[in-house]
Design a protein around this ligand. Structure first.
Ligand SMILES: Nc1ncnc2c1ncn2[C@@H]1O[C@H](COP(=O)(O)OP(=O)(O)OP(=O)(O)O)[C@@H](O)[C@H]1O
Length: 297
């Protein structure tokens, strides 16, 4: 059975078409990243999935139910971008209170462990750093052992160490056949933590598959070399080149024909080429090539 289906879902705010005909079918048991640039429609889609807003048209199903019905049945846990924590309670009291609301929760110690909160149990929840508060929200989202866990940019306020611990907790939660859908614009988070990546731009899915498949669908390879302070003008006109990015002293060319691009760099560009590397396109190149045309539209 599909955990989630979106069929031709549309949602506009005033003149902005936030979600523009989104189709999605996610089988139960997968961890899926909804990957897209700012304003792509990720939060709007997740809000509708949680029954917080209704589509203007189209339908959304969660384990075969209407979203609000699925939430009422306790099938869905969510961690959204904001939401304040109660004043005056410790972390342990906050998590334990929410935990007590569910008929069939995860063991409390397991919730604290998965959210990496054991060492913070006695701290006041209202005095936590942004990243620590996110971990409490994560604990509250998983406490009821929901079959579907929805996370909207969960690591936004976390440092590198907290992120690592967070994703380890998320993957451990996902292991018992549970479904996780998370929104992110961090490519490496999608690459490392999702079985499947849905790239969303301008309110539509523009690519959908394993991280490897998405990279392949975007096609092409990258040719990178040290440009130094030489001019980059004209690199986009070399044979095969479909995109040019300058990263500090390095030029990164996306190309459909790396042999022709490399040959032209040496014979025709007039540049001094050093440290040439040819590689497969990473998720970042795939993401840029998939979302750029839609963004500019
Ligand atoms: N309540 C609202 N009122 C008006 N416009 C909105 C509202 N919510 C979202 N939008 C607009 O809809 C579009 C999609 O926004 P959304 O927040 O869904 O994108 P997102 O992919 O989650 O972006 P981000 O990564 O920045 O969170 C944006 O243009 C946004 O400005």
């Amino acid at each position: 059975m599909n955990a989630i289906t979106f069929s031709q879902v549309r949602k506009a705010y005033g003149g902005v078409q936030a979600v523009d005909g989104l189709d999605l079918a996610l089988p139960a048991g997968q961890s899926v990243a909804l990957l897209g640039p700012n304003g792509a429609g990720k939060s709007t889609s997740l809000g509708m999935l949680l029954g917080l807003a209704r589509p203007d048209s189209g339908t959304i199903g969660v384990f075969g139910h209407d979203p609000a019905e699925a939430v009422a049945r306790g099938l869905v846990g969510a961690m959204l971008q904001d939401g304040s924590l109660p004043e005056g309670l410790t972390v342990a009291e906050t998590v334990s209170f929410v935990h007590g609301l569910y008929p069939d929760p995860l063991p409390l110690a397991e919730v604290m462990e998965l959210a990496d909160l054991t060492a913070l149990a006695r701290r006041r929840a209202s005095r936590l750093s942004g990243g620590q508060a996110q971990r409490v929200r994560f604990a509250m989202a998983i406490a009821g052992a929901p079959r579907l866990l929805v996370l909207d940019e969960p690591t936004a306020a976390m440092d590198v160490e907290s992120r690592r611990a967070f994703w380890a907790g998320m993957r451990a939660y996902a292991r018992g056949g549970r479904t996780v859908l998370f929104a992110t614009h961090h490519l490496e988070e999608a690459d490392e933590n999702a079985d499947r990546v849905v790239v969303i731009a301008a309110g539509r899915a523009v690519a959908d598959g394993t991280p490897e498949e998405v990279k392949r669908a975007a096609g092409g390879r990258t040719v990178r070399f040290t440009l130094g302070d030489q001019p980059s003008a004209g690199l986009d006109l070399l044979p095969g080149v479909t995109g040019v990015r300058i990263e500090g002293a390095t030029a990164v060319l996306r190309t459909g024909d790396s042999d022709a691009t490399a040959e032209a760099l040496f014979t025709r560009s007039g540049l001094r080429i050093r440290d040439l590397e040819i590689g497969g396109a990473g998720l970042e190149e795939a993401f840029l090539s998939l979302t750029r045309p839609a963004e500019g539209a």
